[in-house]
Each structure stands twice: as C-alpha cells, then as structure tokens.
Design a binder for this molecule. Sequence first.
Ligand code: GTR
Length: 324
Amino acid sequence: MLKTVTAALLASAAMATASFACEISLKASDTHPDGYPTVEGVKAMGKMLEEKTDGRICIEMFHSAQLGEEKDTIEQTQFGVIDLNRVSFGPFNNIIPETQVPSLPYIFRSVDHMHKVMDGEIGQQILDAFSDHDLVALTTYDAGARSFYNSQKPIDSLDDLEGMKFRVMQSDLFVDMVGALGANATPMPYGEVYSSIQTGVIDGAENNWPSYESSGHFEVAGYYTLDQHLMVPEVLVMSKQTWDGLSEEDQALVMEAAKESTKVQRELWAEREAESEEKVRAAGSEIITDIDKTPFIEAMDPVYEKYVTDETLKDLVARIRAVE
Ligand code: GTR
C-alpha cells in the first residue's frame, strides 16, 4: 500500500516537474468550468503540443473564469498577460467589425453551413481581422445555437417577449437584436447572470444548451424557448506579443494544434449538447420547441440595416448567404 502511495506521489511529482520543465508554458483562459467542450478543446491542443515538442511547449489552463470575465481577459490577452484565450465572437463585436458578421441573428442556416463558412476563406478573412488588435485568431469552435430562457413564463411568440428584460453579452449588436424583438436588453458579464435572474434584476438571458446547463441558469430560469436566434462560434485567440515571441516553426506547430483541436472540440460539443439537454429536461425545465421562427427572422431586418453598412461587411454577408 505504502509502496503504491509513494509511487503515485513520485509519479505526480514527476508530472508537476514536467509541466514546470516546459520551456514555453502558455497561460490559457476560459470562462467555462473544467470538462466543458471548449476547455477540453484547448487542453487537447496542449497535449498535442507537448507530444509534438517532447514537452517543450505546453498549455496551462485556467478555466472557470479564474482569470476574469471575458471582456477583461480580452484586454489582458491584448497586453500579453494571458497567452491564449477561448472566447465568443460576441465580446469582440464592438472592437472588430468583421466579428459582427458571424454574430448576426439567423445568418447561418445550419451547423453545416456555419462550419463551411468558418472553415473556408470567409472564416479566414474574419480571423485575419484580429491582427490589427494585438491578437492572432487561431481557430473557431462550436457553440451551437442560442435561445431565450427566463424565470417568468413560457414564450411562444414575439408577443410574449414584449417588455421582458434579458441579459446579453457585452455587444451593441445584441442589445439592438433584443430591442428589435420588442424586449429590453441588459449587457452584463456572464458570471453575474445567475444572481441577476435570481434577484429579479433581469427576467432571463439567452444561450446554448451546455451554457444554460453548466452555468446553472436552468435552476433559476426554467422556461427555454428554442427560437435559435444566434449561432455565434467561439474563437481561440493568442496574444500577438506571445505569437511574435515564438519561432516560425513553433508558430506553425501552435497553429496546427489549434486547428486540430477544433475537430476534438466539435465532437465533444455534439455529445455535451445532448447531455445538457437531457439534464435540464430531467430537472424539469419547460422546453418550448414548437415556435414559428419566421416573425423572429423578419424582425431582424433593422439590425442588419444598422450593422451591415460598410462594403466589407455587406460583401461578407452576401458571400455567406451564397455558401450552399
Ligand atoms: C457562452 C460562450 C462564452 C460566453 C457566454 C456568454 O455560450 O461559450 O464564451 O460568451 O456564452 O453568454 O457570456
């Protein structure tokens, strides 16, 4: 027994030494808890890098918003305090116009459509836009579709949304999106949503199955209406400072591992979506699936008119629509 314990201790000490021994240790941030598909995607990337470099490059994951809420971590990444950051395109909307395009309501017809766009030339053009903002966007991850949930009542139509108050990510585009649907939006950090619903500061929020579940929001907002107004992908960014400090060979390795991690994340995502759905249904959330999306889609015209104004964005939207 003692022998086994000693062996285990030695093994874990060796592992700790191994991670300290990394010549390049990349500090990564994620708002989600351990085990969430985005966290696991970045961890898989770290494993690939360790393997490919014999432990020379590794990733140290700080999940559960240990390094702060998304908006703050983005700034820290621009300053080079955080090396890698997995975030949504949403919080970049106000600073990088191109990110508004995949954040537009109902822009993608399906997950397949979104993958084709993000994995192709259009996706690359959007990722390239980060380079003017002290960031290098490496790859995108899945985040399913976002829908409204609330603590008050089942929402079956636009009429039911009238006057209700929903939290949105800190992006003007989403404030206007909720406004166009006849409700009121309050932008706030993700970590404040649970208590804000609980205390009645807001009626609800909007998110995908895994976030609705892992954040515990389903405990305080038991009505979930699958209107699927957004399909905003996640993005994995690296600080430009960190990137510039890497050799060209290492940059290529990092890029390759990031792209590979997308495949892992997408598989984990699909599994987690189903698990989260099962969990919140079992907990008694009322899920409204039978909803006519047409009035929701039509209500978004003013949002497109306000945000898709310059030629670059118009061109991106037209090209996305043309992708079969
Ligand atoms: C989640 C997303 C997070 C964060 C969160 C939010 O779906 O994965 O990065 O953006 O939504 O609503 O703040």
